[in-house]
Every structure is written in C-alpha cells, then in structure tokens.
Design a protein around this ligand. Structure first.
Ligand code: TXA
Ligand code: MG
Length: 336
C-alpha cells in the first residue's frame, strides 16, 4: 500500500479514506494519532495490527465536540464531564466515562464498560472529524513501544505501507500525550499525567487522585496501556537529574563506548564536548516536553548506545515529561 501525505486543504480526501475503511494518521496538539472509523470493529482491528499493539489496550475516541460524546457515553456524567469539557476542550485532556451499553465495540474499549473521549485542539483534525461525521479512534501513530510521533515523518517512518494516508500539519505543539482522567470511579483519578495538571483538575473537580506514580511489573495499572514497555529507543536512556553530573556521566559511559548522545537544554549542551551527538531540548521543561520524543528518535538514528537525558523536577507541568522519560529509560537514573 502506498502511504500518501495530505495537507490541511485535503480534508475531504482524508475523510473519504476513513469512509472507505482505511487508516489515516492525524495531527493533534499532543502527538499524531492513528485514525480509523470508531464505529466499525472490523476496521478498528486494523489499527492494532498496524501498530503491533496488544488488543486488550483500549483506544481513545476522538470527537469534534461534546455532542458527539453524548451519543455514546452515559448521560449521567454530563454534569461532571461537562465542567471539564468547558474548561479544557478542545485540549489535551482525555475523559474516561461509562458508556451506553453496546454503543462502542470491545475492539475500541478493550472489553471495558468505559471509554476514553477526547476533543483535540487541532483545526485540521476537528474539520476531519466533522467532515467524516463520526468519531475516530486514535492511539498514538507509532509502532507500539516506540516514542510517540510528533512529526509526520515519524509516522511515515513507523507506518509507511501500512496506512493509507498521513494528514500533515507540521510538528505538534505540546509533544507529550494528553492527561487521562477516569470519572468512572468514586474519586476522579488521573491515569496518565499530561499538560493539564493535577492542580488544574483539582480546581475544577474538587478532589482528584493520581494513579500513575508507582507502577511495578506485577501491578495491573488502571490504564491498560501504562503496563507495556513504552517510548523506548534502541539505545539505553540514562536520566541525569542534576545537570552538574553530565560530565561525570560522560566520563563513566565513555569507558564503555564512544557512541554517546546528549539530550539536554541549550545551556547544558554548550558545555558538552563536540565529539558527542547532541539534541536540544530548548530551554525549559515545556520545550523539553515538546522535543523529547523527536530527540529520542533522532539520537537513535545516529546509532548511539547511550542517551544521557536531562531530568527536571517532576511536579506540575514537569510531571508528564518525567513520566515519559522514566519509561523510556526503564527508570534508569545516573548515580555517582
Ligand atoms: O494525546 C493523546 O492522548 C494521543 C493523541 C493521538 O490523542 N493519543 C494517545 O493514545 O496517546 P494511546 O492509545 O497511545 O493512549 C491511550 C491511553 C492508554 O494508556 C489506554 O490504556 C488508556 O488511554 N485508555 C483508553 N481507554 C481507557 C479506558 N476505558 N479505561 C482506562 N484506560 C483507558
Ligand atoms: Mg501511545
């Protein structure tokens, strides 16, 4: 299959592919998604196949607004979910709620009685859903286990020949996936941290819990996707929590190999020897979040054996970055 690249003036072509039962990757403000008709189980199956994703891992249902959600979700949740939608949609917040029985297939929900809904903040994709007229499922458009795609070329690298088209809207703005909040439990619970922070959610909902801090191999996390190996390049990622340790870490790993890549902010990169591969995270944790996945992919292309990556305090808007970096590093932090 040839994978075509579409621009934002080709929305109707993209919608026709979806109507024809094809897969179309779409841009969002967080990462690129892998789109398919959410109402057709036979087509949704192809999404798992293209990604190589375990089929017990439910998908996010992307909508063009709240009205589309209430065709599927339990209307008892209109009050509480409505507050979140009003405050944060379109935007990087995914809301999990019980669904009306039989309204979405087990291929979408992973067999759960709940589903995840999200209205992305991207004009081209909102137009696409509106033109198509139905919700589209969309996991991140990467090969399962690899860093999520923040540019069309990442999607092309992973999925060329397996999907019909990629709607290219340039690099994504946020770079890490949406915050996932579960409203189906007694106290609303954050299953995956993102740019919408716990304190922002607490302000709207009152009480909020977090269920993503410590995940061991034995535990089954509430968001099935959180138990799999994630965001992992081929190189071993090592987190440098204190920027003063970069020199020590480089000395240490240089004993093993010359092929070391550095993923850090500009002020750190200035101090790094020129013989090492470098990728800039910009100047703070927000720009670092935006560039993290591209950096992991780029340094992997350079065939480095170790990626020494800058850590940031894991609080507020730094939580999402820390969560993704920890997973890509298999929790490996540099210690002297
Ligand atoms: O920013 C994003 O959310 C991106 C863009 C494309 O929208 N999408 C994304 O999808 O990251 P995905 O499939 O890679 O991650 C969805 C997460 C998974 O961890 C999945 O297990 C969880 O949401 N999830 C989906 N439905 C769920 C449900 N009913 N109950 C619990 N967790 C659910
Ligand atoms: Mg993903």
């Amino acid at each position: 299959m040839e994978t075509v690249i579409l621009k934002d003036d080709q929305i109707s072509t993209a919608a026709n592919f979806l109507a024809d039962g094809q897969l179309v990757a779409f841009p969002t403000e967080t990462v690129y998604g892998l789109g398919a008709d959410a109402t057709r189980p036979d087509i949704v199956k192809n999404v798992y196949a293209a990604k190589g994703r375990p089929s017990d891992n439910p998908l996010i249902v992307h909508v063009d607004g709240p009205d589309m959600v209430w065709q599927y979700a339990d209307n008892k949740y209109q009050d509480i979910a409505g507050k979140l939608m009003k405050q944060f949609w379109p935007g990087p917040l995914t809301i999990i709620m019980p669904i009306q029985p039989g309204k979405l297939s087990p291929e979408v929900t992973g067999g759960l009685k709940t589903a995840a809904f999200r209205m992305p903040n991207n004009r081209a994709t909102l137009d696409l859903i509106k033109t198509f007229g139905k919700p589209i499922v969309g996991p991140s458009a990467n090969t399962s286990g690899k860093p999520s795609p923040t540019e069309a070329k990442h999607v092309y690298h992973d999925l060329k020949g397996k999907i019909a088209a990629i709607l290219d809207d340039g690099p994504t703005v946020i770079g890490v996936e949406s915050t996932v909040i579960d409203l189906s439990v007694d106290v609303p619970t954050i299953l995956r941290p993102g740019m919408i922070t716990e304190s922002q959610l607490t302000e709207v909902l009152g009480e909020v819990r977090s269920d993503h801090h410590k995940v061991t191999q034995e535990e089954i996390p509430k968001a099935p996707g959180m138990k799999y190996k994630h965001y992992a390049p081929n190189a071993q990622v090592v987190i440098i929590d204190n920027v003063d340790d970069f020199t020590n870490a480089i000395n240490e790993y240089s004993k093993e190999t010359k092929n070391i890549g550095i993923l850090a902010t500009d002020s750190v990169l200035k101090t790094i020897p020129d013989n090492l591969e470098k990728f800039s995270l910009g100047d703070d944790v927000i720009s670092a979040s935006k560039h993290l996945f591209a950096g992991l992919r780029e340094l992997d292309n350079d065939k480095v054996e170790f990626i020494l990556a800058q850590g940031f305090p894991q609080e507020g808007s730094g939580e999402a970055y820390g969560n993704r970096l920890n997973k890509s590093a298999g929790q490996k932090h540099f210690k002297i």
